[in-house]
Structures are given as structure tokens and as C-alpha cells.
Design a protein around this ligand. Sequence first.
Ligand code: ADP
Length: 483
Amino acid sequence: MLGIIDRGLIKSAGFINGHWHIGDKQFVVSNPADGQELLKVADLGPEDAELAVQSAAEAFSAWSKKAAMERSQLLRKWFELMMQHQDDLARLLTLEQGKPLTEAKGEIAYGAQYVEWFAEEAKRVYGDTIPAPGADKRLLVIKQPVGVVAAITPWNFPNAMIARKAAAALAAGCTFVVKPASETPLSALAMAELAQRAGIPAGVFNVVPGKDAKAIGKVLTEHPLVRKFSFTGSTAIGKLLIAQCASTVKRVSMELGGNAPFLVFDDADLDAAVQGLLVSKFRNAGQTCVCANRVFVQQSVYTEFCHKLLKAVEGLRAGNGLAEGVNIGPLISQQAVDKVDELIKQSVQQGAQVKVGGQLHQSGGWLYQPTVLTGVSNQMPVAREEIFGPVAPLIPFEDEQQALQMANDTDFGLAAYFYARDIGRIWRVAEGLEYGMVGINEGAISNPAAPFGGVKQSGNGREGSKYGLDDYLEVKYLCMGGV
Ligand code: ADP
């Protein structure tokens, strides 16, 4: 693979108990920019997942008993190695995932920051003392790691979705098994290589790449030794996995689909709103769960906003993520292209207009043109479903009440954004949006210090921030009598 300096980061085997597992079968990982094969990777199965869980369970005893400071130092080393190899990791990420190299570099730094954050938080797991009901008693609360954590992650952030789960789990004293998306296992395996170089002990961080997500997923969700399951992906699969976890009453964290509204009020700074929308909508070619999915614009500024947006979108450059100056990379697969195409077709049939884009890019592959649709209603499929592509559907609204009603009219509740200046409106809208995260005059909200997560059918649990460790800790109450 061209341009990767440290060839030791290119791994084709799974990583279990500190060893690289080749397995009997392999699957092809290809570059979404041209469909070319990049590498064949070990196609591991349920027996390997079982082995990884066993290894994680064995490693748990020593890892959980390490001083927090020691776990912190190992995580810190892992973070430093990720940053030292940022360029190589970013290149690997663009090759397997497609996003522009600058975005890939951003993702490596973003993922690494979670590791840095939780290296610090590892030292801050505090308990409590509680006033007792009698003089001879003392009541205390201690926090302990939940145990073995299993995770399944998606292809849209091949590094960061693993980093923010694994860093929190390891910091808390848990051991970890992840099945990365089969489209993008290379970033996960490079992380395993760096974990090993950092000195993180065998069995603490395991990666099980494989095509048969269902079979591996069954082991990770039903194995009695796994005490906690963490998933990022679609709501449909998330529901299935929650049901599977019920058989052993596992704790679950779910980061599922979104349908983010992006509201532009008449008192907004329209230029800032356009810039915010470009970031929120077109990052990763629209393939993030916090991407703006519906753009609601107040009637009185609709025409002006539309004009400014079209000008900005026409300035975006789609192409191979490794090429200079490209801001939109390819979609992940033909299936992704077909879905976006279908949503646009349905919208047009129902009266929407394509103002710019609306089809595959002339350079071919899975490159989709950045698209703006007008005349969209909140009932059209493009507004009901998560688009996961570079398409901005514009929907007009009359007033605040209608805007909130339409914004909340969805089963999802991950991220929302709005642009306004009136302070009263800002509070009313921020409190009225039924979402886990709200960007106010801001299109990029995610960072390790902040709690990432959703409400309604967008999931539960929070990643990052001072709340992020709680997902991996059990609260134990100690009642001491006879004092
Ligand atoms: P996306 O549309 O982003 O691919 P998915 O929810 O389909 O979202 O996939 C997210 C992750 O879930 C991927 O790693 C995928 O391999 C895995 N996955 C998909 N189906 C299942 C399943 N039935 N059981 C376990 N994991 C699954």
C-alpha cells in the first residue's frame, strides 16, 4: 500500500491474546475510491470470537487490579504512538474508508484524544461515603470495572469509534474485544499493533475481523463472560443486538442512527449557518450519524439562505480522498450509492427539486455529487430516513413552534443544530429539542471532553467526557456494621 512509511502498521491477521491470528479464510478489503483490492484480511469466525472473549476474561484479573496510574501511563503511551503515526494511520484510513486525507488525519487525532482523555480519567474514579442510619454503621460506595467488554463498530469512523469505547473500557479496568466493520478492519488492526507496542498486556485489547458479523455478534452478545456490550451502528441492528444481550442481562451502550435537524431562524447569521451546515452535512460525504439530515429554514430567510448555500456547495470538490483539495470522498459502497439515489428519486417524484448535484460524479466509482434539494416536506422519505450521503434537503418553516414540532417529529434523537441570536429563543429551542446533543451556532460539536450520545431510538449511554467512564463501571454499595 503506497505511501505508508511504517509497514508494520499494515496488518492482515486478527489480534487475540497478544498474538496475530491468520485463520483459515480471508476476505478482501478494497478501496472505495476505485474498487481496487487493498489487502486480504483474516476472516475469523465465532470460535475466534470465543477465544478472544476467553483471553479477555483471563487478562481481566491482572488488568483490573493494576494501579489506575499504571493503566493511565499505558494508555498515554498508546495515545502518543497514535499521534506519532498519525500520517500513516490517516493514509490507511483514507485507503479503506475513502474520506479526504485531511479528515482522516482529523479522525486519528480525534480518536487519539479519547485515549488521552481516558488516560487522565483513569485516575479519577471516585467513590462516596453516605451518612448512615445508625451510629454503628458506615455506608460506602466503590466503583469497579464491569468486566469483559465486547464491541461492534461501523466503517464510517474506523479509528475513533473503537478508540472512544476501548479507551474508556481500558481506563476503567475492563478488557476489550472488538469486531470492526468488515469494510474497514485495517485501522483497527493498526491500533492493535500500536497497543502492543505501547505495552498494553496480552488479552486486554483484542480485534476479531470477520465477514460473518451475525455469527461473531452472537458470541459477543450472548457469551456469559461478556458483561457489557457497546455498539455503534444502525438502529435496526442495534435493536437486534440489545435483544440478544437480554439473554444474559448485559449492560449495553448503543450509539445508533440519527436524523439530525438543522434549523436556521430568521435572526441567524446566515453566512455562519451556511458554513456550519457544510461542516455538519458534508463531512465524511454525509456518512456520519450526527450529519444534518433535514435543513429547516425560516420562510423569511429561505431564499437568501438557499442562494448562499448553493454557492457554497458548488465550491465543494469531490474526488479521491488522497488528492489535494478534495472535500468530498466516495461513498462506502454501491449499496450506499443506490440508497442515496433512490431517496433523491422518491423526493423528486413527490415534488422536490434538485438545485445542485443529484447524481453520481462524472469521475465514476462511488463518488456522489454534493446535492441540495428544495421543496422537501418533513414526510418525504429523504426526511424520514437517515440519508448517509451528501444530500441537503431544505424544508421551510413559519415559526419557532412549527420548527420544533417538525424537528422532533422523528423516532431518532442523536444530534440537532440550530442558528439563532435571540437569547430567549436559544434557550427555548435548546430545551425543546428532543436530542442528546445540540449544536447552537455550531456545526461540529464532538470532542472528548463532551458527552456523546442520543435519546429515543438513537440509543443510550454516553461516550467521552466525565460521564464516559460510568458506562464501564459498576457501583458497589458497602454497608459496614458493628463499628
Ligand atoms: P452500517 O449501515 O453503518 O453498516 P450496521 O448496523 O449494518 O450499520 O453495521 C454496523 C456494524 O454492525 C458493522 O460492524 C457490521 O458488521 C455489524 N453488523 C451488521 N449486522 C450485524 C448482526 N446481525 N449482528 C452483529 N453485527 C452486525
